[in-house]
Design a protein around this ligand. Structure first.
Ligand code: AMP
Length: 113
């Protein structure tokens, strides 16, 4: 069974893809919480941050590099943005395929809800 994001990567479900390489891709979130809300998603499924292992190190690092690049391209790197990974039920994770939310373009509250 493919995850939702694997189906998006395989173009079985449409999305607004803003970045793609051999390891990951980035799409506009379908329900944006801020003027900029992009998801950076690995092509190899990592289920959630709470289940990663050392062999995921390089891929996780790459996701953050791409998150920073996307933030710069969308013009929020200077003003500030947040990179968020929701892991598990209490964090509000809804798609069990790890993804980094890149959220910006407005002042973001802290602590998160
Ligand atoms: P999370 O709740 O952290 O697991 O994040 C899942 C995110 O995926 C949410 O922000 C959803 O709005 C987003 N999402 C769900 N379905 C789609 C879709 N088809 N295209 C783009 N984003 C989606």
């Amino acid at each position: 069974m493919k995850t939702l994001f694997q189906k998006i990567a395989d173009r079985e479900i449409p999305s607004k893809m803003v970045y793609e390489d051999d390891q990951c891709f980035a799409i506009e979130d379908i329900n944006p919480q801020a003027p900029v809300h992009i998801l950076v998603i690995p092509k190899r499924v990592i289920v959630r941050l709470g289940e990663v292992s050392a062999e995921d190190s390089a891929l996780l690092g790459h996701l953050l590099v791409v998150a920073g690049q996307v933030a710069r391209e969308r013009g929020v790197a200077a003003s500030g943005f947040r990179a968020v990974i929701n892991s598990g039920a209490d964090a509000g994770e809804t798609v069990p395929h790890l993804h980094v939310h890149v959220v910006g373009g407005r002042a973001l509250g802290w602590p998160p809800g």
